[in-house]
Design a protein around this ligand. Structure first.
Ligand SMILES: Nc1ncnc2c1ncn2[C@@H]1O[C@H](COP(=O)(O)OP(=O)(O)OP(=O)(O)O)[C@@H](O)[C@H]1O
Length: 209
């Protein structure tokens, strides 16, 4: 399975602003299942936009984006079975507890056992906050919780939009270990965005946006 981009560019960004990009306006960019890609660029350069284009939640772009090797053309099905996306704004429910936030998704997908969810919470140091209301969690705790929620479904690609922006080094390393293990187990691809041109995860290709 591959995601192929041909000459893509956000409609709302001037051509001159993407001249140095290794993604936008490139004749061919390919993301392959099983490989790990880092997209780095400064703030406002179009990282989240790129995720929204590939995810099908925005069509404000020119060029072509092709999902190769997919039987379904139905976006709901693609998102349920092939693609999990950790949004930069996390999209957690503030009035629900950490546990309820996981359950909202997991009850739909039935993907993780309760003991698996407990294992994830424990691995990321969130067990003590399991029943805490989400709005009282720190941003870094919310980021870790949202990552767990992103794991509560099958996927061939995992999209992580600046997932470490509120985490200290020890937490980044913990989260990275969990992500690496999940990617290997599922033989999934990763596209991760960052302001930094490096990552604590092992990366196959670094593209500067
Ligand atoms: N739907 C839209 N319509 C018009 N302009 C937009 C739209 N979405 C994003 N932009 C603009 O496009 C640029 C890129 O935004 P985007 O959120 O993709 O950047 P980013 O690299 O993810 O930024 P950050 O690192 O700050 O999150 C910004 O100048 C933003 O204001």
């Amino acid at each position: 399975m591959k995601i192929i981009l041909k000459n893509t560019k956000p409609n709302y960004v001037a051509e001159a602003d993407v001249l140095a990009s290794a993604v936008y306006l490139e004749p061919l960019v390919q993301f392959e299942k099983g490989k790990r890609y880092l997209i780095s660029a400064g703030s406002g350069k179009g990282k989240s936009s790129l995720f929204h284009f590939i995810y099908g939640s925005s069509n404000q772009y020119s060029g072509e984006i092709i999902w190769e090797g997919l039987e379904s053309k139905n976006w709901d099905q693609i998102r349920q079975q092939h693609l999990s996306y950790l949004f930069q704004d996390l999209k957690l429910f503030d009035e629900l507890s950490a546990w309820e936030n996981l359950q909202v998704k997991n009850q739909l997908t039935q993907y993780c056992s309760e003991s698996k969810l407990d294992f994830y919470l424990e691995s990321l140091g969130l067990s003590a906050h399991k029943h805490q209301i989400c709005k009282k969690l720190s941003l870094g705790q919310k980021q870790r919780l949202a990552l767990i929620r992103a794991l509560c479904q099958p996927f061939d690609f995992l999209f992580l939009d600046e997932p470490f922006s509120h985490l200290d080094q020890a937490n980044i390393e913990q989260l990275s270990r969990l992500i690496e293990a999940e990617l290997s187990e599922r033989n999934a691809g990763l596209i991760i965005s960052s302001l930094e041109p490096h990552s604590s995860l092992s990366i196959d290709q670094h593209l500067n946006l």
